[in-house]
Design a protein around this ligand. Structure first.
Ligand code: PMP
Ligand code: GLU
Length: 398
């Protein structure tokens, strides 16, 4: 019997993270001496702000070397409540907060808390790469609502209403959206909230990790702002994107107390707590007003505009202007069925492979995000790298 079949069915049922796999492939080629430009991973290239770095150094000197309370230091949870009120107008108390090892663990804690076998989870597509696999890992059934580029990749309330059944347990989405860059407006969220109000048993996981990365005067709104559904919402956030602290692994939730308690229970058995030094640094980071990180957002906006200028020069790419996060998600189905340099482009996986082989630019196939006709390109890289990458792509495709 092959060892593969000895693994749990739960594990056999899920796939590797395609974003992480692609980025590992790019790293491997780079190590072999190839001049790879990695636009696959959603990882800001900034150093975390100096005031946060100083806070971490201070925490080491002050001796924060030990296990923390499972759900996070109490003073950090208090600061998170202040942050939620300051930035999102959401009222939470520390007993509603759980700090975890990245937003990834925070999301998984919530899913493990809520989901039983055969429960249905509604996910709009394109979705973030891990949502589908996490839901499958819980042996629940993802119910996908496809969206269209002409609708800026956003769902309508009628679509939501149609997808709801007696088995629906959770709605899982993110705004600003990875991979599309779309941002739901206050009004659009209000319309969705009206639907959830009619279904008070359905919970909503709102992943807001890109909240600060919004462009062109678009503002992020938290869906928990609508009082009728506040008790149905789990708001997820973290430090990876806004503070460029991906490796520090701090994420958190604001949630109804019963959910927070359940995440605490899971975390107490699985990890004990998030990293103590990173938690101390998070206190400083989250105490700061968002204008302290505006310089990064401005830079991302410049890069977004640069990408828009360059991508329109490439024949066969159809795209929508992203208003947030740091990805563009063009439709590349124009190339399907065509032979490029002897390679038959069957789908977005092959197209992404082709780009890596022919231009050494790493991207991620849209299939990872539930849209086989698109390609995700991250612009969390320097302007020089973006210019070089798009110049190479244009040369090969035009
Ligand atoms: N949600 C989304 C939409 C993301 O893009 C990411 C990126 N990693 C995460 C959650 C997880 O973030 P973290 O690094 O905090 O685990
Ligand atoms: N969120 C990033 C991405 O989508 C990081 C990779 C990951 O966590 O999967 O590329």
């Amino acid at each position: 019997m092959k060892n593969k079949f000895r693994l749990s069915h739960r594990l056999q049922n899920i796939s590797y993270s395609q974003t992480i796999a692609m980025s590992a492939k790019a790293r491997e080629l780079k190590n072999k001496g190839y001049d790879v430009i990695n636009l696959s991973l959603g990882e800001p290239d900034f150093t975390p702000p100096n005031f946060v770095l100083s806070a971490a150094k201070k925490a080491i000197d002050e001796g924060y070397h030990y296990y923390t309370p499972v759900s996070g230091y109490f003073d950090l949870k208090k600061i998170i409540c202040e942050k939620f009120y300051r930035d999102n107008r959401l009222k939470y108390t520390p007993s509603q907060i759980v700090v975890s090892t990245g937003a990834k663990q925070a999301i998984m804690n919530v899913l493990l808390s809520l989901l039983n076998k055969d429960d249905e989870v509604i996910i709009p597509a394109p979705y973030w790469v891990s949502y589908l696999q996490m839901v499958k890992f819980c042996e629940s059934s993802p119910v996908i609502i496809p969206t269209m580029m002409k609708d800026n990749f956003k769902i309508h309330p009628e679509q939501l209403e149609k997808a709801i059944t007696s088995k629906t347990k959770l709605f899982l989405f993110n705004t600003p959206c990875n991979p599309t860059g779309s941002v739901y407006s206050y009004e659009e969220l209000k319309d969705l909230a009206e639907v959830f109000k009619k279904h008070p048993k359905i919970m909503i996981l709102s992943d807001e990790i890109y909240e600060h990365i919004c462009y062109s005067y678009k503002k992020h709104t938290s869906i928990a702002i609508f009082p009728d559904i506040y008790h149905q919402v789990i708001t997820v956030n973290g430090l990876s994107k806004a503070f460029s602290m991906t490796g520090w692994r701090i994420g958190y939730i604001g949630a109804p107390e019963w959910i927070a308690q359940s995440c605490d229970k899971i975390q107490g058995q699985m990890t004990s707590c998030a990293n103590s030094i990173a938690q101390r640094a998070a206190i400083t980071a989250l105490s700061a007003h968002s204008n302290k990180i505006e310089y990064m957002v401005k830079e991302f906006e410049k890069r977004r505009n640069l990408v828009l200028d360059m991508i329109k020069e490439i024949d066969g790419f159809q795209f929508y202007k992203p208003n947030g996060a740091f990805y563009i998600f063009p439709k590349i189905s124009y190339f399907f069925g065509k032979k490029l340099y002897g390679k038959m482009i069957k789908n977005s996986d092959v197209f992404s492979e082709f780009l890596l082989e022919k231009t050494q630019v790493a991207t991620v196939s849209g299939s990872a995000f539930g849209d086989n006709e698109c390609l995700r390109i991250s612009y969390a890289s320097s302007e020089d790298k973006i210019i070089e990458a798009f110049t190479r792509i244009k040369k090969v495709l035009n």
